[in-house]
Design a protein around this ligand. Structure first.
Ligand SMILES: NC(=O)c1ccc[n+]([C@@H]2O[C@H](COP(=O)([O-])OP(=O)(O)OC[C@H]3O[C@@H](n4cnc5c(N)ncnc54)[C@H](OP(=O)(O)O)[C@@H]3O)[C@@H](O)[C@H]2O)c1
Length: 270
């Protein structure tokens, strides 16, 4: 399958490196276009992919076209690419946050079916540990969605998800890396307050959170069972858990997620 990218920034580079490394694609089957020709040329050379100077050429060549530009430019990119897409009929994949499959289809001003798949990835794709939700519009086939799930499994884990749940996914996977960084920094800051230097405290807190996520991911237990396992009677951990809950830890996290979902829904309506 020939895959094209319009926009070859952070996310596209992570995806390309992942799909080549995991053997999902041969580098020679990847075609890249970016507004910054020099940048894309250097990246294409590094991975052995093709850098083209014209987005229309990419569209003519590929079976799957991944739109990896920022949401504020995606409409302009689609307007420019519209005729070539209608003629060549590639599978359109958008990773633009907050941009629905319907909003993409509307740009074409046509009754012709266009296969559109929407993906919400997250920044951890850059270390091969991303989380991505994938949905297709009514014209996209089950195979189209399955192929794109396979593709995003090369840079982490991907799940099929109805588009109506994308705002929730955006909060729990798109934005949650930021909440996790905040949590890790808070742990390290507490260590600094108690006398440990910040750099080593941050390294230790990061490793502890990384290991905890890994333990949970490999465990068949639910989080509360694991919490009970590290909470000895009358011990240190339970004292901390009770104090966190005295300060409404759970409902504070839920309020943060709720605010993210509301904001995403609000932006999606604009
Ligand atoms: N990064 C994340 O963690 C993340 C998470 C979820 C979703 N996403 C989505 O992924 C998409 C890409 O994000 P990113 O972080 O990879 O952004 P990025 O690093 O800024 O990459 C976008 C690339 O597109 C280029 N570009 C701008 N206008 C263009 C045009 N008209 N034609 C072709 N290329 C153009 C940009 O060049 P210039 O830099 O010169 O403008 C840049 O190289 C966004 O829609 C974002 O919502 C990203």
């Amino acid at each position: 399958m020939k895959i094209g990218f319009i926009g070859a920034g952070n996310m596209a580079s992570a995806i390309v490196e992942g799909i080549v490394q995991k053997g999902f694609s041969q580098p020679g089957d990847i075609y890249l276009y970016d507004i910054s020709a020099e940048k894309v040329q250097a990246f294409a050379e590094k991975v052995g992919a093709h850098a083209l100077n014209d987005p229309q050429e990419v569209i003519k060549t590929v079976d799957t076209l991944i739109l990896a530009v920022k949401p504020n430019v995606i409409k302009g990119v689609l307007l420019e690419a519209k005729d070539a897409i209608l003629q060549n009929d590639p599978l359109i994949v958008s990773i633009a946050a907050g941009t629905s499959t319907e909003a993409i289809y509307e740009v074409f001003e046509t009754d012709k079916p266009i296969r559109i798949v929407r993906v919400m990835p997250n920044m951890n794709a850059m270390v091969g540990e991303g989380a991505a939700a994938v949905c297709g519009n009514t014209s996209a086939t089950k195979e189209d969605v399955a192929t794109i799930i396979d593709l995003f499994n090369a840079v982490g884990k991907a799940w099929p998800l109805e588009e109506k749940y994308f705002s929730i996914f955006t909060a729990i996977a798109g934005s949650s890396p930021a909440y996790t960084f905040l949590f890790i920094d808070s742990i390290a800051r507490a260590a600094v307050k108690n006398g440990l230097p910040k750099d080593i405290a941050l390294e230790m807190a990061t490793q502890a959170v990384l290991g905890s996520a890994d333990t949970l991911a490999h465990s068949k237990e639910n989080p509360w069972t694991l919490i009970d396992r590290v909470s000895s009677p009358g011990g240190t951990t339970v004292a901390g858990i009770v104090e966190l809950e005295n300060n409404a830890f759970i409902s504070t996290v839920i309020k943060g997620i709720d605010a993210t979902i509301r904001k995403d829904e609000e932006l999606g309506k604009k």
